[in-house]
Structures are given as C-alpha cells and as structure tokens.
Design a binder for this molecule. Sequence first.
Ligand code: SF4
Length: 446
Amino acid sequence: MKGRAGLFWRVGKIHRKAARFSAITTLHLSNKVKEMTTPVTTLNLPFGLTFADLYHREGLLKLDQVFLEFLQIRNKDLSGQYTRARQGESSGESALLLSLSPLVNQFIGALFEEEAASSLRQEHQKFAIILEVNRQFVQRVAIKQYPASIAASFEGASLRQVLEAYTNPDDEQALAEQILTWLAASENYQSELDLASRYTAWAVQTEEGQRYHRGQSLYAVPHKLDSDHLIPVEPTGSHGAWQLPEGHRRLRDGFSLTDEGLSRESTLHQAHYCIWCHHQGKDSCSKGLKPKKPEEGGERFQKNSFGAPLVGCPLEQKISEMNEVKSQGLSLAALSIIMIDNPMVPATGHRICNDCMKACIYQKQDPVNIPGVETQILKEVLSLPWGVEIYSLLTRWNPLNFQRPVLLPDSGYKVLVVGTGPAGFTLAHHRRGFAQPYEWRIRGRR
Ligand code: SF4
C-alpha cells in the first residue's frame, strides 16, 4: 500500500499491535479516520524503556546507555574500539561498522521484538546458495564451456525434461541445491553436471531461455556496457518511432512509478555482485572515480563517454559497507549505515539519482544497482511490524553514527531553510542535531 493510504494503514496497524501488547494506546475510536490520526503513546519495550523514551533526548540517552552495556557484555574489545571511535580517536571506520553490524541488527531487532528481522536473515542465507551456484558454476563453468554460439543449438524444453528426473528445474533454489550436491562429489556426477551446464548455458544465453527464467538470479549474468545503446530500443517501423522490446514495456498509470523496484532476491544478488571496494579504498560509487594519473590534466574525477564527471554519491553515502552488510542479510544494520549520511532516505534511492551507479568501478559492464538496493533495504525494514518506528528512531538515535549517535539538545538557534527539496530537508534534519553553528556544504556541486 502506497502514499498517504499506506501511512494510515501503518498507523492503524501500530494501534492494533499496541493494543495486543496491553500498552496505553489510544482513545476508543469510532471510525477509521480517528484511528489513523490518533497517536500511539506507549509500547512495552524491553530494557525498562518506554515508547515515549524514543522521542525525547533523555530517553534516547537511556537507550544509548543500554546499547553500550549490551555491547560491553557481548564483546569487550569491540566495545572499547567503539568508545574510542565515538571519542574521535579511531581510524578504520568501515571495518568497525562491519564488526558492529551484527550486534546492532540484533539489538534493534530485540528492542522491537522483531522476530521477522531474524527470519529475514535466514531467508537471505538460504538464497545465498543460489548466488554461490550462479557465480561458481553458471558464470565460471557453464557459459565458458558452452558459449552463446553453441547454446543456441540446445533444446531447452528437452534438457528440462531430463533434469526433471533429478529435481524441479523451474525452482531455482531446488536446482541450485542439486548442482551443489553434484559438485561436492563431482567425479561421480560428470554427466549430471554436464546436463546442468547445458541447461543453464541455454537459459542464460538464448532469448527463449532468458524469457523462460526472467527475474531468476541463478541465470543472471552481467552484460557489457555499450554507451551508445544504453536503452535497448528497437524501431517500430512507422513514423520513425522507437520502442522497448516486448516484455520490457510498462504502461504509465497516473503519476505512480511504473516499476516495483528490485525484488528481495535481486537486491541480494546486487549486494553480492558488488565487490565491496571500500576494502581497497576504491569505492568510487561513494567518493567518485579518480583519474588514473591524477597529476595529468588536473581533473578531480574521470569523465564518462558523454563528458560527465563521475563524482559519485553527493552524500558520500557508505555504499560499499551497506552492500556488504546487506549481503549478510542484516537489513536493520544496513539501514543504519545508509542513515549515517542519508537520514532522509525515503525521499532518495530508486529513481531519484544514479550518480553512484555512474561512478561504479564496473565501467565496462552493468554497474551495481545501488539505488535499487538502498530502496529495497528501506522497504524491507518498513514492512516489519514496527518498521516505521525503527526508521523514525534511527533519525534520532543511530549507534553507527559515531559522531552523533544521539540527537543533540536544542541549540536555541532558529534556522530558515529555503526550499523543501532533498537538499533543503536534509539540511533541516542535520541542523536539528547540531548544538553549534554548522557549516553546510553540498558536495555534489563540485
Ligand atoms: S557499488 Fe561498485 S564501486 Fe561501489 S563498492 Fe560496489 S562494485 Fe565498488
């Protein structure tokens, strides 16, 4: 459910769940509108916290203290590193973010009794098998053994029929598990592995195969980028018009988006496709694609074939870290990482800006679909029973934001923000959290 109706539905859901918790909730409501607009005041939170605590600074400090104790009990060393990082004494922020992520995910999940968060993780782990077989077998063995010119001569339907004696080839999870079993004792299953090679090579490299398995990650392989043909349009044959091929067209209905964004599976696929360049300090999606020889030409960034500088994310969001944490199924922690730099993420992501994708290290093949991953992480969290509250809390308390984990006290300053686009409302958000006058620079305007 989208937009205002979706928000109202969520508020109604919060009300129903809070009532089940025997919390102090709302007045008796006689109609839907009242239910939608009446605030829920209390939720039975663990650790002696109240729902109201999540909305004022003293309560947030209490929550922060509980988190620090939790961390101290779970991992003393990490707790020490974390304390130093919050005091501005630590280097290696990315490594620390990754080490903290499982515990942050667990803590926030426990705070909101989100069992759904751990089942989300299990689902991710199950799906990881598909990605493993895609990388190790489909990409490295099958399509090399049977390139497109050979795969074109295969009969997909007949191969599928033979495979059915072992497993259901329409079920990518089942087929991936079967291939893994064969690979584990490959000397005994040469003919079975050859059958799987032929079938997956056909599915990946023929139009019919791609149509049959559209959207399945087991058969997804990156394509070479052709900057002159970024959109695969074809002539309609009349009036000099062009159109997308069958199966790619979407009808516009009012102002709604015409696509649903990435599925959970495709998101995980993209998070694994990313090679987590922050480990080498080369996450150009975030920092921009630097010239190979910086001393030449004096340019700060490389340009693409259209002459546009590849500046990366205007917010310098920690994209590589987000992808790595997401690949482990830690959606709550991945959202916390996004929100260090982009607390207003519901207004960005999919279909807003793709400067990050343009600057991705993959310049000759499909870049990582970063905005798609970002938006799906947000959607996954919002779809949890207390997802809206989790997002809202992270705008005021974010343990992965080492510089400002807790909203600062009111500075007494009054700030006029002119314009309510993404820059304006992000500025307004950041001003809320700084007690001192703050210099604001928009890096995207280099
Ligand atoms: S999104 Fe691209 S540039 Fe960024 S870390 Fe992943 S592979 Fe590297």
